[in-house]
Each structure stands twice: as structure tokens, then as C-alpha cells.
Design a protein around this ligand. Structure first.
Ligand code: NAD
Length: 260
């Protein structure tokens, strides 16, 4: 894997945990200089310490992607520290479960859309501006979801039909396509990865429920859920020059979930 991103400057949001953390590690192993960004500053500092301990290059930055100034500061860190920006992975994300059981549905909707959809928008806007300022070219990988394409199966009882998570991820996929066609001629590729259910902090609440865990496993024809590293490997491909003719695409990495 070493060298596939040699010399590239990359921003990974949500890099303190799960898919973002696995991506930050995979990128550093592939030779990228990584800006690891997260709301959880301490945890993301630890991720960068692990990267530098193993000979990689990284810098951590705290920030909330749903705040424009923070999104711009995250991108500016890459430009200031590494002289430009080649790759952005928008992995910061939440589900309404994180907000607790008693949260009002309208507030939950606004909060989840704000982080998952608006956060992706704000970081992407700052990134495209930076890529253009440095002569164009680059790759953006948005972490969408199988929930960009289908709703929660009713048997899972994970949604009452007003769950903002699928709404936010549908938006991320359409943002991916609309931005991809606009910037394609500038050499900027924009793609989405649509994972099935993956063992991370985000899904801990459901995977720790034995009945729900079994039901989720049954919905993935491969008979298991995914590991963050399995998503990171596809993100790495899409971010690399090996994907030079891939843009505006939705890559399902879901053990067959949406094929069933
Ligand atoms: P995770 O909870 O392990 O990691 C998400 C990270 O994002 C956390 O470190 C968190 O602190 C950070 N974050 C949350 N809000 C933020 C904000 N406003 N600003 C900056 N950072 C913020 O979750 P994960 O499963 O690794 O999720 C990564 C992405 O993958 C998310 O967009 C998620 O929706 C998507 N996804 C996950 C799964 C899954 O099954 N785990 C499936 C499909 C898509």
C-alpha cells in the first residue's frame, strides 16, 4: 500500500474514530501528509500521535464541521502546514441516537442535517476554493451510506419514518454528483462511498443489542457487518490516481446490503 499517496496533502474529518480514523492511518501508510480533524480534539491528537509514532506525517486539528469558520480553518491547516490540498475525506457524521432518546424530532433533524450534510458542504466548499487557488486538481471522497439509497428496513425499527439520517445521506450523495459534474473539467474528482453497517462508535448502540445485531447481520448477504479498514481501503482507492477516471460515483461497500 505504501506510496500510493506519496507527497499528497490530505484532510480527513471525523478522524478521531471509526472510518475516519482508519482512513487517516491508511493515508499516512500510503505516504500522504494528513490533517486529521475532529470535534474530539484529544482523541484526534492521539490518532496523530499513533501516525507519527509509526513514521507517518500528520497534524491534528479540532473543530466542528458544521461551523463555517471551523471548516475553513481545517482546510487552511492543510494549506499552511503542507503547502496545498490534494485530498479531502468527509467522514465526520452523527446519527440522531447520539442526541439521546428525548430530543425533539425537529431539533434532531436540524442537528443531524447540519453535521452530515452542511458539514460536508462547508468543508467541500473550502476545499474546492483551496484546490483552485493552487492550480486545480484534487479528490474529494464523501462518506455517504446505504441509507443514501434506501430507507431503514421496518423490521429493524430504527426509524419512525422521520429519521434525519437517511435524509442527510441522500443529500450527501446528491451533493457529490452535483459538485462532481461542475468541477470535473478542473481535474477535481468527487465521489461517495456508501458503507453498509460497520463496527464503529456510531453503531455501537445498535450492535450491542444482541437481537438488533443478529437482524443487521442477516441483512448483509455476506453474513457479517464491515470493519472500518474495509471502508478505508476503498476510500484510499478513490482518493488515489488509480481512480483517475472515476467521478460522481456512489461506491457501495456493504457486503451486499443494497443488492438484496
Ligand atoms: P464514528 O462515530 O466512529 O466517527 C465519527 C467521528 O466524527 C467521531 O470521531 C466524531 O467525534 C466526529 N464528529 C461528529 N460530529 C462532528 C462535527 N460536527 N465536526 C467534526 N467531527 C465530528 O462513526 P463512523 O461510523 O466512523 O462514521 C464515519 C462516517 O461514516 C459518518 O459520516 C457516518 O455517517 C458514515 N457511515 C457509517 C456507517 C457505520 O455503519 N458505521 C455506515 C454508513 C455510513
Amino acid at each position: 500500500m505504501s506510496g500510493r499517496l506519496q507527497g499528497k496533502s490530505a484532510v480527513v474529518t471525523g478522524a478521531a474514530s471509526g472510518i475516519g480514523r482508519a482512513t487517516a492511518h491508511a493515508f499516512a501508510e500510503a505516504g500522504a501528509r494528513v490533517v486529521a480533524a475532529d470535534l474530539d480534539r484529544e482523541a484526534v491528537e492521539a490518532v496523530v500521535a499513533a501516525i507519527t509514532d509509526t513514521g507517518g506525517m500528520g497534524v491534528s486539528v479540532g473543530g466542528d464541521v458544521s461551523r463555517r469558520a471551523d471548516a475553513e480553518a481545517i482546510v487552511a491547516t492543510a494549506v499552511e502546514r503542507f503547502g496545498g490540498l490534494d485530498i479531502v475525506v468527509n467522514s465526520a457524521g452523527i446519527t440522531p441516537r447520539a442526541l439521546g432518546p428525548d430530543v425533539d424530532f425537529e431539533r434532531a433533524w436540524e442537528t443531524v442535517i447540519s453535521v452530515n450534510a452542511k458539514g460536508t458542504l462547508l468543508v467541500s466548499k473550502a476545499a474546492v476554493d483551496a484546490m483552485r487557488a493552487h492550480g486545480g486538481g484534487g479528490a474529494i471522497v464523501n462518506i455517504a451510506s446505504v441509507m443514501s439509497m434506501v430507507g431503514y428496513h421496518p423490521s429493524l425499527a430504527l426509524s419512525d419514518g422521520f429519521n434525519p439520517y437517511p435524509h442527510s445521506k441522500g443529500t450527501v450523495l446528491q451533493m457529490t454528483r452535483d459538485l462532481a459534474v461542475r468541477v470535473a473539467a478542473e481535474g477535481i474528482r468527487v465521489n461517495a462511498v456508501c458503507p453498509g453497517f460497520v463496527y464503529t462508535g456510531l453503531t455501537r448502540g445498535v450492535t450491542q443489542n444482541p437481537e438488533l445485531h443478529r437482524a443487521l447481520i442477516a441483512m448483509h448477504p455476506m453474513g457479517r457487518l464491515g470493519e472500518p479498514e474495509e471502508i478505508a481501503r476503498v476510500i484510499l482507492f478513490l482518493a488515489s490516481d488509480e481512480a483517475s477516471f472515476v467521478t460522481g460515483a456512489a461506491w457501495t461497500v456493504d457486503g451486499g446490503y443494497t443488492a438484496a
